[in-house]
Design a protein around this ligand. Sequence first.
Ligand code: HXC
Length: 515
Amino acid sequence: MHSDKIEKFLEKQKTALAAGGQDRIIAQHEKGKLTARERISLLLDEGSFTEIDALVTHHYYEYDMQKKKFFTDGVVTGYGTVAGRQVFVFAYDFTVLGGTLSQMGAKKITKLMDHAVRTGCPIIGIIDSGGARIQEGILSLDGFADIFYHNELASGVVPQITASIGPSAGGAVYSPAMTDFVIMVEKAGTMYVTGPEVVKTVLGEEVSFEDLGGAMTHGTKSGVAHFVAKNEYDCFDKIKTLLSYIPSNNAQEPLVVQTDDDPNRMDHNLINKIPENSLQPYDMKEIIISVVDNRTFFEVHELFAQNVIVGFARLNGKTVGIVANQPLYLAGALDIDSSNKASRFIRFCDAFNIPIITFVDTPGYMPGTNQEHNGIIRHGSKLLYAYCEATVPKITLVVGKAYGGAYIAMGSKNLRTDINYAWPTAQIAVLGSEAAVKIMNKKDLDAAKNPEELKKQLTAEFNEKFANPYVAASNGSVDAVIDPAQTRPMLIKALEMLANKRDKQLPRKHGNINL
Ligand code: HXC
């Protein structure tokens, strides 16, 4: 009974699964790339994928397009689980019309995004696409606009993650850019607004796809890529790790993952990470790693604006977002890129209920015409805005220099920070001693018989008075000067004290962050 109908259904299902056909699947593999469905099965728990809209086709007849109809229409969409938690996923299928976006493809993606937002689940997009389907013209462009609109609707409600494992050209790059995290695969993902051909025609510049918009370019120079993956397997591993740290939506807390790392564990060697001479560089990551659960730190934007470190870790099982200066690069000074990097990370943490722990050792904002002319004032102030705006628990620890505007910007007390600690090695002042003495004592130094000797004496006096945490501690700008060995237990105690913190912004349409 009904066997003909079942047969017809099975035939259609088989055709849909065959994507753009065996030849194109072989061509995809020959390029070293997996197919859309292979990618989805790498990402999701085995057997958990349920596809939606597999039988969608386009309805476009210009340019003989009726002869080029494929089920799915270039994007595979559906839902499944990662480590048992539901996620929604769409993967452009390059074997079907180059994974180009049609009106129907856009409808599939936005339908999926609506489901994700209503059910409070992360959205993961896998990009391998020729962009707007040229034959469909404005219908395709409107489709992109609808995706952008849905990116904005989902922003701050559910996490949005992009895997870039193929071309992403033209305005199509703006949807990934509107998501929270972009992972690009080396020698596979490319993103550019105008390709090498157009660059050559308009500017006469010769540039390869990889140099213009490859994973390393966006991972190190533009900051578009938060992660650079060695290959597709590494890419999906990174997405799984990322998901393990973050909640599924803005109404949830991140999962607590208990480890056997003692919350009272001390590290008596921690103080030795800071050089006696405060001008000497050192690796702040060693301090972070020593303090967090099981020495595990999942760094975001590892290769971009390395003078600031951001990433996720756990303290007594609870996810925290770490923001830290990195004295190994530019002496830990704040510049345009690092301000943007840290601000965006802080805003993600705040949107998704992740407490922020800040480690400070910075001589200040970066001086110079390059920074001023490119807008360090505009960009640097985003950091102030982001810290002030964030209502999640915020704990700051000054381990070394905290001078001037950068002291304020790195989660100082009056930016609505809950708990501020300092090590005895902290130097909280308006300026470093040398610069301060030059300004305050200019006349005395000009008149002195031995200005070098006087400068030395005044600098030592300034250091004694101000290059320490005790002035800040005497007026409550620092809540406690702590023994470095006690850092882990003290941070965990503060987090526990703040576990039920309630803090709300006054009602308004939205603030006007200085973009
Ligand atoms: C229609 C397209 C297409 C497109 C590729 N194809 N891009 N069809 N519209 N945009 C088709 C090809 O004709 C080919 O079909 C198949 O997809 C595979 O493409 P190839 O070129 O053979 O593959 P490859 O050599 O790997 O090159 C991939 C590519 C290249 C780098 C993506 O195809 C390319 O540069 N395409 C154009 C990219 C682009 O400019 N897109 C528009 C951007 S503007 P057959 O049938 O021959 O296999 C845009 C606006 C968005 O996206 C606006 C949002 C605001």
